[in-house]
Design a protein around this ligand. Structure first.
Ligand code: SF4
Length: 225
């Protein structure tokens, strides 16, 4: 993946942020009440929509299996059944189990005392925690500045003409980490706005460009006119 916007990147990133904020308003993310709930949601949302995650979370809540201790006390078959709506439920049940077992030995609040690089490395060492999940936990559960990127970010930035080539998580994340102040509230809102924009307007198949405030500076829109 190549980054194409090489000049005044900080200015461009802030300009994009302000346009997204003007379009969508504050998004108030991540939808969770506890750090563990953030981590659970981050694992369950891998390769599926948030709507499916909500159904799985609801099943866990209704079954009284929503805390690490409660999840640890149920069988793997029950866990699989409860999180089935989140897709890839067998693999995800293993990931949730691995995370629960890990934090039983080393609680999240202890892990969270570390700085971002060390915390990220530790989270990445846990089975089932990839970069996007780790950064989500760091940003939304630990409240530390680690930018989260995802397929929505890649789609938006490709269409704007800011990046080209295959998706590369670390390179795309570095675009934000290297050019924005490490501010938790900014990172929190920015990621949420990008996801909101992808879900509401810049759809995968048919983006709703007529409704989009970014169209005057969008390569995709320009090429489609
Ligand atoms: S103009 Fe269209 S393609 Fe470009 S960012 Fe907006 S919705 Fe996406």
């Amino acid at each position: 993946m190549q980054i194409l916007c090489e000049e005044n990147i900080t200015e461009q990133l802030f300009s994009l942020y302000n346009q997204l904020l003007a379009q969508h308003g504050h998004r108030k993310w991540w939808p969770a009440d506890t750090p563990f709930e953030v981590a659970l949601g981050a694992i369950l949302t891998q390769a599926t929509s948030w709507r499916n995650v909500e159904k799985a979370m609801e099943n866990l809540k209704s079954a009284g299996a929503f805390t690490p201790e409660e999840i640890a006390s149920i069988s793997q078959a029950t866990l699989e059944r409860l999180i089935r709506p989140s897709r890839y439920f067998r693999m995800k049940a293993q990931k949730v189990r691995a995370f629960v077992e890990y934090i039983a030995e080393r609680p999240m609040h202890v892990m969270f005392k570390q700085d971002v690089p060390e915390l990220r490395e530790e989270l990445l060492s846990i089975y089932g925690v990839g970069p996007e999940t780790a950064d989500t936990i760091i940003l939304y559960a630990a409240g530390k500045p680690s930018f989260v990127v995802d397929s929505y970010t890649y789609r938006l930035f490709s269409r704007l003409g800011w990046v080209t080539g295959n998706y590369n998580y670390e390179k795309l994340r570095a675009l934000f980490m290297d050019n924005l102040p490490h501010d938790v509230d900014l990172f929190n809102e920015y990621h949420a706005l990008i996801v909101g924009h992808g879900a509401r307007i810049c759809h995968k198949k048919t983006p709703n460009c007529q409704e989009c405030r970014l169209r005057e500076s969008c390569a995709y829109y320009e090429a489609s006119e």
